[in-house]
Design a protein around this ligand. Structure first.
Ligand SMILES: [Zn+2]
Length: 229
């Protein structure tokens, strides 16, 4: 079953987060609509605002997103300040991120290495700042670990140039790897957020989520968040 978190803020409001697991089924936005709607209802009530994820840095307000997958605009971050409005991202190796704020709006984002390099974390923190909120913490869902994420050396150089040498990891078989947790941490610190929590394990060698890399799975797990109504 999905794991849920409740985070109470200084103004008395509560942020609710849920990370789905493989046992909760497929949350790909193009999954068969009736089944998807039923799975979403079980995890969090309300019409989920989702986007078509493209490994970029664009952030949209849930108010500007229609409910259907066919109409989902291309973006990788979603923000809302409306209590009760669920906002969600999907993943299979890439990381789902929840942006916890002191007051007002919250956000979620989908971040793989291309998105991190494109500046998705900066972009979301900026969108929240424009709406008067400061990010106090970023909670990260299942993400592929370095032990499972063999990476070409040219691409690794590119990510290291953007986010620092800590992104260089080693796989369990001793080949060069991308350390996504280090890359996410560097991007968050770069955006002014030092408190980063990795709440879930590796998508590839753990049971938490789907893995495109390890098992060629087309399905997606979800991170959904809302300000409690
Ligand atoms: Zn792993």
């Amino acid at each position: 079953m999905s794991s849920n978190r409740r985070i109470t803020r200084s103004d008395g409001s509560t942020i609710e987060l849920a990370f789905t697991e493989r046992s909760d089924g497929d949350f790909h936005i193009d999954a068969e609509p009736e089944g998807l709607a039923a799975r979403r209802r079980e995890v969090m009530d309300g019409t989920w605002a989702v986007v078509r994820q493209v490994h970029g840095a664009r952030v949209l307000d849930a108010a500007d997103i229609a409910g259907s997958a066919a109409d989902a605009p291309e973006a990788d971050g979603v923000v809302t300040e409306v209590p009760g409005q669920p906002i969600a991202v999907q993943g299979a190796d890439c990381a789902p991120l929840a942006f916890i704020t002191d007051v007002g709006p919250i956000a979620v984002a989908h971040a793989g290495w291309r998105g991190l390099e494109a500046g998705i974390v900066d972009s979301v923190v900026g969108a929240l700042a424009e709406r008067g909120a400061t990010v106090t913490k970023i909670v990260v869902g299942p993400v592929i670990g370095p032990e499972c994420y063999e990476f070409g050396s040219d691409d690794l150089d590119t990510v290291a140039d953007a986010l620092g040498e800590t992104v260089r990891g080693v796989t369990s078989s001793g080949t060069p790897a991308l350390n996504m947790r280090a890359a996410i941490t560097a991007a968050c610190i770069g955006a002014g957020v030092d408190d980063v929590e990795f709440a879930r394990g590796c998508t590839a060698c753990g049971d938490d989520g789907y893995s495109h890399r390890a098992r060629q799975e087309p399905q997606r797990h979800a991170l959904v968040a809302r300000i409690a109504p």
